[in-house]
Design a protein around this ligand. Structure first.
Ligand SMILES: [Zn+2]
Length: 408
């Protein structure tokens, strides 16, 4: 076996195995090899096992000094591109002002929409780049970035174009999603926007390959399940997979629609009933939970433990966004999923690697396995569980993408 590079001195090599999402108790099954090594050729893993078993002959090697190695993480849910800030909202909220008063004062998501619309493409990219770099340093080499602060079809396309430019300026793999986020307040404008999304925005995003999926925020104060169904039918006509922000505060039919239409993932799920949890477990759709929101807004967390116990495939994302989850670390999202959503360390690693990749429809990320891109993390410590244990300092020492160290 020929290798360009041998990574050795690995105290523990830990990874999920095999393609496809891990469900229920499968999420606790990991391959763990002590005193391990891995071999890379042309940016792809060619071997991983006990260092003593390597028989591939001489290759340039790097000794990582008895540190743990895990697959690079995947962040399947971010709103990393925005302009303006929500610090005044945050200050008002922690000082006790009711949410409705903040909204009436011109704050909330409307201020983000105004600031994003006013920003140039160059400004949007410059603002998003350090956020994506922070996620990368925290271990995520595949990062989903949504549009959604556009409010008109032109503004959404401009956001998607800015996300494409951003993708060319980072070593991370950026997966763009068209998000239909908040509706106009008047009913007529709302219907006109849905029609424009279906007739213009979705076809144009598909034609220019600007989006890998279409996402809709289904909620009492956002889009109805009927609105979302129109948009998803347009997505289907143009070959784009779908996903949803759903069951965050209320149950208005989004979850059932997503499962019926074969969504890649249903995201949030804080308001899920036991019956709905059973429905997710019986479907191929992944459940993406977002503990940063629970922490930042002080709201009840999504039922991660119950979802896994019911047999669902759970993924975890940062939901990085200015209003409800200023969480700039993919590994911290996993550490929070352990504390807030009741995941074990094993389940959290699977949720942030192979399952998060599957939530984006990717089968070539989130595992250390021959034939897959050599994306992996060298942790600071000897024991891989430090990834989930550590709060407030980065447990990731080095990030590797396709056999190249990108963060030293
Ligand atoms: Zn979100």
């Amino acid at each position: 076996m020929k290798a360009d590079l041998l990574i050795r001195g690995i105290s523990q090599l830990v990874t999920a195995e095999g393609p496809g999402p891990k469900r229920g108790s499968e999420m606790r099954r990991l391959r763990l090899v002590e005193r391990a090594a891995l071999a890379v050729a042309e940016g792809v893993f060619v071997w991983a096992g006990a260092e003593a078993d390597w028989e591939g002959g001489a290759a340039p090697d790097i000794d990582v000094g008895q540190r743990a190695v895990v697959p690079a993480l995947v962040d399947p849910h971010t709103h990393a591109m925005w302009a303006g800030d929500r610090l005044a909202d945050f200050d008002a909220r922690i000082s006790g002002m009711p949410y409705e008063a903040i909204l009436a004062g011109g704050g909330s998501i409307w201020s983000t929409i105004r600031a994003t619309a006013a920003a140039s493409q160059e400004e949007l990219v410059a603002l998003a780049k350090p956020r994506v770099n922070a996620l990368l340093r925290s271990g995520a080499t595949v990062i989903e970035v949504k549009s959604g602060y556009g409010f008109t079809s032109d503004a959404e396309l401009a956001m998607l174009l800015a996300i494409r430019v951003l993708a060319g300026q980072t070593p991370a793999r950026i997966i763009p999603t068209l998000l239909i986020h908040v509706p106009p307040r008047e009913a007529a404008a709302r219907a006109a926007y849905v029609s424009d999304v279906c007739r213009t925005l979705v076809p144009e995003a598909a034609r220019q390959k600007l989006a890998a999926a279409v996402d809709v925020f289904v909620e009492k104060e956002a889009w109805s399940a009927a609105d979302a169904e129109c948009i998803f039918l347009a997505a289907r006509r143009h070959g784009l997979p779908i996903k949803l922000h759903t069951e965050q505060f209320n149950r208005v039919g989004g979850l059932e629609l997503g499962l019926r239409m074969g969504a890649f993932s249903v995201d949030h799920l804080e308001a899920c009933s036991a019956e709905q949890i059973a429905g997710i477990a019986a479907a191929p759709t992944l459940a993406t939970i977002l503990p940063g929101v629970s922490l930042h807004l002080g709201l009840p967390p999504a039922p991660g433990r119950a979802l896994i116990d019911a047999g669902a495939a759970v993924a975890v994302g940062t939901d990085l966004n200015p209003g409800s989850s200023p969480l700039f670390s993919a590994s911290m999202a996993l550490a929070l999923a352990v504390r807030l959503n009741g995941l074990t360390a094993q389940e959290a690693l699977v949720a942030g690697s192979v399952n998060a990749a599957c939530a984006l429809g990717l089968r070539d990320a989130g595992r250390i396995e021959p034939g897959l891109p050599a994306d992996f993390l060298v942790l600071q410590g000897r024991d891989w569980r430090e990834l989930l244990y550590t709060l407030g300092s980065n447990p990731v020492r080095d990030v590797w993408i396709r056999g190249e160290r990108v963060v030293a």
